[in-house]
Design a protein around this ligand. Structure first.
Ligand code: NAD
Ligand code: WQD
Length: 335
């Protein structure tokens, strides 16, 4: 199979491209490099010992997507391309709706015109909004608390509508919890531009000495130690979930699937695990809560296990070890 991977030069996309190549697929990366790096693609090829094809382009350019699908005979799409910073989405909502929602509409229209009807979509646990009950199962009510989350919700609805109108489509909507870590080689990993928004890349930059201390956003949540609890998932486990989803798309469907571990860890538990993995101190200060954060969020991953035969294999210590290995080998990210 030749698989078109939108956003394949980004964090989760790069790890998934590597697993796809290693599983014997042909990979076509379609990326505008707004947040991805060409160096990631070179390193994927080195690790896999195989070539991939790159088309530099924007998913909002429907003609370019159609040309790529046709020229390379793609049979399926894995769709990562999108903007993902929550705070930025509050400040620039139209940019998020344009890139994520309009971009996905054009991608789907291009697929439709080319007769490609198999897609795996990167959704997010953010579509569950403020959790009404934990753990979060796929039937939990959906809502959005910011424009980024709303863009994911719109896209999910667009995919469900598309399937209703075209029941021959094969659609997997994967709802990721908190992806962290890096490939065990330390050659590919997350490459945040500017100040990281997410916890683990920030912790890693404190450990390596690029930042003085971590701000722990809130110490007064109703959790065991007062700090926020999340379901961190190793990015390689996440990538492997995409392979399983593609295998399962052998029949028409539109299926939503959580990809998480089912375990919640607090900010302070992550800090401690990272200190052990790195052998470095991670100084922190407890600061006021960050607007929009919830106390706890973790998955019920049992449907993924039943439906995909997939279960996360890597624990918090593995996530910290591999994230640190990447950080130590690439202190400034891809250069
Ligand atoms: P990333 O920014 O590292 O990767 C996204 C890639 O898409 C980048 O390479 C970027 O250059 C590319 N891109 C963005 N807009 C594009 C466009 N219009 N046309 C072509 N390419 C474009 O992000 P990531 O962490 O790898 O996330 C991948 C997907 O997973 C995103 O859709 C994100 O919303 C979703 N997701 C991420 C997380 C997370 O915490 N990282 C959690 C849940 C869901
Ligand atoms: C984790 C915990 C913070 C940074 C976000 C998006 C979500 C999804 C994943 C895309 C929280 C605390 C963080 C820091 C801290 N992305 N924290 N100091 O907020 O769970 O999810 O990324 O879909 O949509 O909202 O992840 O890594 O930002 O935070 O104390 O400097 O770490 O308060 O408890 P979050 P995160």
């Amino acid at each position: 199979m030749t698989i078109l991977v939108t956003g394949g030069a980004g964090y989760i996309g790069s790890h998934t491209c590597l697993e796809l190549l290693q599983a014997g697929h042909q990979v076509l990366v379609f990326d505008n490099f707004s947040n991805g790096h060409p160096e990631a693609l070179k390193r994927i090829e080195q690790l896999a010992g195989r070539r991939l094809t790159l088309v530099r382009g924007d998913i909002r350019d429907q003609d370019a997507v159609e040309a790529a699908l046709r020229q390379h005979g793609c049979t399926a799409v894995v769709h990562f391309a999108g903007l993902k910073a929550v705070g930025e989405s509050v400040e620039q909502p139209l940019r998020y709706y344009d890139n994520n929602v309009v971009g996905t509409q054009r991608l789907l229209a291009a697929m439709h015109n080319c007769g490609v009807n198999t897609i795996v979509f990167s959704s997010s646990a953010t579509v569950y909004g403020d959790p009404q009950r934990l753990p979060l199962a796929e039937d939990h009510p959906l809502s959005a608390t910011n424009p980024y989350g709303r863009s994911k919700l719109f896209i999910e609805d667009m995919l469900r509508d598309l399937y209703r109108a075209n029941p021959d489509w094969r659609i997997a909507i994967l709802r990721y919890f908190n992806p962290v870590g890096a490939h065990a080689s330390g050659r590919i990993g997350e490459n945040p531009l500017g100040t990281p928004n997410n916890l683990m890349p920030f912790v890693a930059q404190v450990a390596i000495g690029r930042r003085d201390f971590l701000n722990v956003w809130g110490g007064d949540y109703a959790t065991a130690d007062g700090t926020g609890v999340r379901d961190y998932i190793h990015v390689v486990d996440l990538a492997l979930g995409h392979l399983k989803a593609l295998q399962r798309l052998d029949v028409p469907q539109c299926t939503e699937i959580n990809l998480g571990t089912g375990n919640g860890y607090s900010v302070l538990e992550v800090v401690k695990a990272f200190e052990v993995a790195s052998g470095r101190a991670v100084p922190y200060r407890v600061s006021p809560r960050r607007a929009g954060d919830v106390a706890a969020c973790y998955a019920d991953p049992s449907y993924a296990e039943r439906f995909l035969g997939w279960k996360a294999q890597r624990g918090l210590a593995d996530m910290c070890r591999d994230h640190w290995n990447w950080q130590e080998q690439n202190p400034e990210g891809y250069v």
